[in-house]
Write a protein that binds this ligand. Structure first.
Ligand SMILES: N[C@@H](CCC(=O)N[C@@H](CS)C(=O)NCC(=O)O)C(=O)O
Length: 207
């Protein structure tokens, strides 16, 4: 059994999507970051940087109970554990999966979150920051669109790289920028959105 420490943010949905796609049994543990649950001493033992998502796998490698934070590490762990292609088995495919998985967690989401902060949520309106992060987000969407023009998914078949990228395309690409200028991203997004596991992951949860 895996405990998934979750809140309703892009990174939270990435981990929940990977959990659903893995088919592994799990329980949701709600960490309401608006209420600062992430600073509780118990949670800081699991995620020292006070960030969701995190997991505890009660049956980790060698039967050990392990904890893990960082969405990229969690996605890779769950994909490998599932053994269903969510993280590819072939070493060459793994290289490219890692490339896009890291792009998703280190570059795309990190910068998209800055867009979210400055353009959507900041009480201070800073036009330069709004312009900058809008341009950054559009530039990244061009990067994704160019790759997806001749790739169905980021690495051959559906993988954790797609899971990692989907969250902020869904949140900011669809809702804020719009995907009309990025037709290959639109095709890829709509394909992933239909997946039953994705719909479960982005659906309601017990509070
Ligand atoms: N690099 C981390 C980022 C995680 C992250 O930014 N988590 C946010 C929510 S999306 C969070 O927990 N923020 C609460 C805080 O920083 O106190 C990952 O990919 O998991």
């Amino acid at each position: 059994m895996i405990d998934l420490y979750f809140w309703t943010t892009d990174n939270g949905y990435k981990a929940r999507t990977a959990m659903e796609e893995s088919g592994l049994p799990y329980r949701l543990k709600i960490i309401n970051i608006r209420n600062r649950d992430q600073f509780s001493p118990e949670f800081l033992k699991i995620s020292p940087g006070h960030k969701i998502p995190a997991i505890i796998d009660h049956d980790g490698p060698g039967g050990h109970r392990i904890s893990l934070c960082e969405s990229g590490a969690i996605l890779k762990y769950l994909g490998e554990k599932a053994g269903n292609g969510l993280y590819p088995a072939d070493p060459l495919s793994r290289l490219k999966c890692d490339q896009w998985l890291f792009y998703g967690s280190a570059t795309f989401t990190t910068l998209a979150q800055q867009f979210g902060h400055w353009v959507k949520r900041s009480p201070d309106v800073v036009p330069l920051a709004q312009k900058h992060y809008t341009e950054v987000l559009k530039d990244m969407l061009v990067t994704l669109n160019t790759h997806l023009a001749d790739h169905e998914y980021f690495t051959g078949t559906f993988s954790v790289a797609d899971v990692s990228m989907y969250a902020d395309v869904h949140v900011h690409g669809v809702n804020d920028i719009g995907l009309d200028a990025y037709p290959h991203v639109r095709r890829w997004h709509d394909d992933i959105e239909k997946r039953p596991a994705v719909q479960r992951a982005w659906g309601p949860h017990e509070s």
